[in-house]
Design a protein around this ligand. Structure first.
Ligand code: COA
Length: 166
């Protein structure tokens, strides 16, 4: 069950803003921590923190800041054909408190302003939290890629493709 008191606390203390150059290292560290979970995102350890920090597309990225630290990130990779591809994550201890919701809401608003007509994303079928978040905003399932992602443990995981017309 959702703790609405905790959600209210999160929305009061979390600010969503455009990423800045000085966010590179904390973004790479957050990415590495979520990769360590080997669950929600395709990347797995080891993550080269310096390389990841240097290659991050800051101009495509929104960050959620809570307690003066980056607690969530969402990037929209604009295709040039009117759609943008979302990638996102929230720090483990901040999940379930509305941070993801704040990031997706801001991304939708920003994408509309930038003239995109659609947002898309790929999500693992077991990722109930992510699919619940996306469905809440009207994203629908558009297809399934079978055994798309090879995992380091030798498994192959399907991906669900989701999309939202803006
Ligand atoms: C997916 C993720 C970004 C969600 O962020 P979050 O801050 O926890 O999301 P919110 O607290 O805003 O919850 C948003 C909605 O997601 C759904 N949700 C959240 N946690 C859930 C859970 N454990 N089970 C089912 N649905 C869940 C609910 O619909 C919720 O809305 P509601 O509370 O109004 O009902 C976060 O779990 C995460 O970073 N996971 C690891 C990385 C990852 O999977 N990234 C996405 C790859 S596609």
């Amino acid at each position: 069950m959702v703790d609405h008191r905790a959600r209210a606390v999160a929305s009061e203390t979390v600010e969503v803003r455009a990423a800045e150059q000085h966010d590179r290292l904390p973004l790479a560290l957050l990415f590495a921590a979520v990769a360590e979970e080997r669950d929600g995102i395709a990347a797995e350890p080891p993550i080269d923190i310096e390389k990841r920090a240097a290659s991050w597309h800051i101009d495509r990225t929104l960050v959620a800041v809570g307690s003066k630290e980056i607690v969530g990130v969402l990037s929209v990779d604009e295709s040039g054909f009117g759609f943008g591809e979302i990638g996102m994550m929230v720090a483990h201890s901040w999940r379930g408190r509305g941070v993801g919701t704040a990031l997706v809401a801001a991304a939708i608003e920003r994408s509309r302003t930038r003239g995109l007509h659609k947002l898309t994303l790929s999500v693992f079928p077991h990722n109930d939290a992510a699919m619940g978040l996306y469905r809440k905003f009207g994203f629908v399932e558009e297809g399934r890629r079978i055994e798309q992602i090879r995992r380091s443990n030798g498994e192959w995981w399907d991906l669900i493709e989701m999309g939202l017309l803006l």
